[in-house]
Design a protein around this ligand. Structure first.
Ligand code: PMP
Length: 369
């Protein structure tokens, strides 16, 4: 072992210098997996996944792509881009893909913000926002939710000349609440046109409230609006990692520059194309989940819980100090939910049996309150 130029003694191991900012960044916490094997089997309601297996056409296309593992994927994702351009009636130059929409969100921050800049979002919202913001060196501006939903007036008031990007998570993860057309338009009219507003619509397909605008319609005549979508939720491809953005130039071009080269595998690209082509069948499954969401929300409300109206594939219970206790009770009953310690629990709408287990656990817990 030798000393370094800083004069450390031979006993002090020399470690690579890492950026100090990393010390303050929590590692992204995935939803707890379901248990299998020897212990009691549990259902995973902790990651907002789709409980259904892939549709047959999707499986076949993935198996077909698996024959070319030795080759890099199509870096431009041309087949998928063409399919998306047609499906959403947007120019292919307005599209960019990434490793899940969280990958695209990180590309967006890299393209817009760095040290000295600000990235704004409601809080609590998607837990990746603070992480990817800090990695960039920019500061987070977190505007508290009011009544479990975005306070867009407060967010517009909080814009400064350092704001570079604002996330609006619609519906919001983890509360499931939405922002509707008039309030969103009022907000967009107030935000300076050189600040990028990202409408994160990871759960778009689950929305049934007609007052919630489709971000892709909103983006068309607003050059500072970008829409994020994913194949992970309704389309059931969470494990394949593919998401995309719809944005005007030069934002879409910047996203292509900040992408990890070859980040979206050929399996993911082909599965996404096949999913778009089986959309009708997929959307039937989404409809079933929306029905389950209504059933679970109504049953929880009847048990005495306050359930914010959710337009996503999950519901939110604000449990405060009892959050961890509730999550543990659910686990004992066979369902893993997502606790946010001291705040509340997010419960994914899953298969009927899983939802039933959740409802009985919630009822038993309620009786002990
Ligand atoms: N946005 C929101 C609001 C989310 O909840 C999630 C997933 N939890 C994502 C983006 C990212 O999903 P993915 O990277 O799988 O597309």
């Amino acid at each position: 072992m030798h000393t370094d130029s800083r004069g450390d003694s031979p006993e002090t191991p020399v470690i690579p210098r890492l950026r100090g900012v990393l010390e303050s960044i929590p590692t992204y916490k995935p939803g707890k997996p379901a248990t299998a094997g020897d212990g009691p089997v549990t259902y995973k309601l902790s990651s907002n996944e789709n409980p259904y297996p892939p549709l047959p056409g999707v499986m076949e296309s993935v198996l077909g792509a698996a024959g070319s593992f030795n080759r890099y994927p199509d870096m431009a994702c041309s087949g998928l881009m063409a399919e998306l351009a047609e499906r959403f009636d947007v120019p292919a130059t307005h599209l960019a893909t990434g490793t899940g929409s969280v990958g695209v969100a990180q590309q967006l921050i890299q393209a817009t913000a760095g040290p000295g800049d600000e990235v704004m979002y409601a809080w609590r919202s998607f837990e990746a926002y603070p992480i990817i913001t800090r990695i960039s060196g920019a500061a987070s501006v977190q505007v508290p939710l009011t009544g479990e939903t975005h306070d867009l007036d407060a967010m517009a008031d909080a814009v400064t000349d350092r704001t570079r990007l604002v996330f609006v998570c619609n519906p919001n993860n983890p509360t499931g609440t939405v922002v509707r057309r008039p309030e969103l338009e009022r907000f967009l009219d107030r935000v300076p046109s050189d600040v990028l507003v990202v409408l994160d619509e990871a759960y778009r397909e689950f929305i049934r409230d007609e007052e919630v605008p489709d971000g892709i319609e909103v983006y068309r005549d607003r050059p500072n609006v970008c829409v994020l979508r994913t194949f992970s939720k309704a389309y059931g491809l969470a494990g394949l990692r593919v998401g995309f953005a719809v944005a005007h130039e030069p934002v879409a071009a910047a996203l292509r520059k900040t992408a990890v080269p070859f980040g979206v595998s050929q399996l993911a690209q082909d599965a996404a194309v096949a999913s778009l082509r089986s959309e009708e069948a997929l959307l039937e499954r989404v409809e079933a989940l929306v029905g389950e969401r209504a059933r679970v929300s109504a049953a929880l409300t009847a048990q005495g819980w306050t359930v914010p109206e959710s337009q996503a594939n999950f519901v939110w219970l604000r449990l405060g100090e009892r959050t961890a206790e509730f999550a543990a009770a659910c686990e004992r009953a066979g369902v893993v939910v997502r606790p946010f310690p001291g705040e509340g629990v997010r419960i994914t709408i899953g298969e009927t049996e899983a939802n039933d287990l959740l409802l009985s656990a919630a009822e038993a817990f309620r009786k002990e309150l």
